[in-house]
Design a binder for this molecule. Sequence first.
Ligand code: ARG
Length: 470
Amino acid sequence: MTGPLWGGRFSRGPSEALAELSRSIQYDQRLWPHDIACTRAHAANLERAGLISPDDRAAIGVALDRAAAAFGDGAFAFNPADEDIHSALERYLTEELGDLGARIHAGRSRNDLVVTDFRLWLKAAIPALGEGVTALQEALKQQAEVHIDTLAPGYTHLQRAQPILLAHHLLAHAFALARDFDRLKGAFARADVSGLGAAAFAGTTLPLDPVGTAADLGFGAVFDNSADAVGARDFALEFLSAVAILATQLSRIGEEVVLWTSSEFGFATLDDAFATGSSIMPQKKNPDVAELVRAKSARVTGDLVHLLGVVKGLPMAYNRDLQEDKEPVFDAADSVALSLAALTGTLATLTFDVERLENAARGGSAGATDIAESLVRDGVPFRHAHEAVGKLVGVAAARGCDLAELTPEDLKAAHPKLHPSVLELLDARRSVAARASHGGTSPGQVAAQLERLGAVLDDQRRWLKETEPA
Ligand code: ARG
């Protein structure tokens, strides 16, 4: 058999352009382990239905083992007429087993086969990405533990705002990533539904049992409606959306690495293994990893938009457009897997300049809110307190000094209740310790966050263990 799988009713072979456009084997061959698993499960189903004998099924099993070994070694001999992984495997079985190989496609279609392969692929890919997310969170957690006492300037609008603990800042990223992990779990649950047995879209006249096939393949559920089974790609869209949001989060971490390692900030130094040089400027140490991670998020956003565009407006049930579902999904998964690994290494090996961070945390008017809140504790309405401290900041700015250098007279002039002792509130460490509200930056609150993150990571690892293939 050399022509396409559907040659029977045609008097001429496909044009070269059609064959070229149709071909997806270049990228869908990575589905091979799942196409083999689905074919094995389908053979068992055919045997249970009395459509092939136990010996037939055993022979198919042996041929599938041989095919798996060949794919595994990269030695599988593709044929120029192999349009996709499904036709390649069926051709192989027919060459190996003759008529028996030609029996395998009874009661199934490439439509239900491809969607089931794809779902199995996602069920393997999602936990792998979950491992990557967990490793990055672990790297952030370890840096937070090292820097549990390190002061850092906190920012809003990229303007120095209030002193914080560096650990507090790092943990913010780790908690955001916990939601990315959760979204991946949601995408896994939606992928965990077998489509095999839907046939082309309307089911089959043969006495097959999709529920048994789903169980054989380790799926948590089976399709309810065969047209939905072959026509739906919302599970892939959900995966892409989870991964696009994750990539966006990674880009934000990447951006901070770029800022922190610049001479202007000088808060951190990259390890040589995660930095690059310049081909012309010998002094340069560049954060290319962080920049590429920042850019990959654009690519993954594009992957999501790509598939949304493909699926939009498609009539029920299967349409060939759906063949274009795989490249964006593979691309997004590959891009994010790489980004996670590279960013984890970057973060784990980053050296923070504690002295520079703490000096930056102490400088300027970072304690202004603390002084205003002390007036509130003295019964002054917050708006008035804000106004008074704003005046103080103006005086300091005009004089080119820090708030701490203002005189008792300056304080009195701004507000009669401003006693010189309020200047002690400008001490950054004291200011941090005082922000002991829930989830705040005080050492006690940050220690509680570390503990909470530890429990979240334990839950994630438990889920990863549960989803390991048996
Ligand atoms: N390569 C195809 C895909 O990925 C398989 C299904 C082809 N089905 C069809 N009726 N032509 O969607």
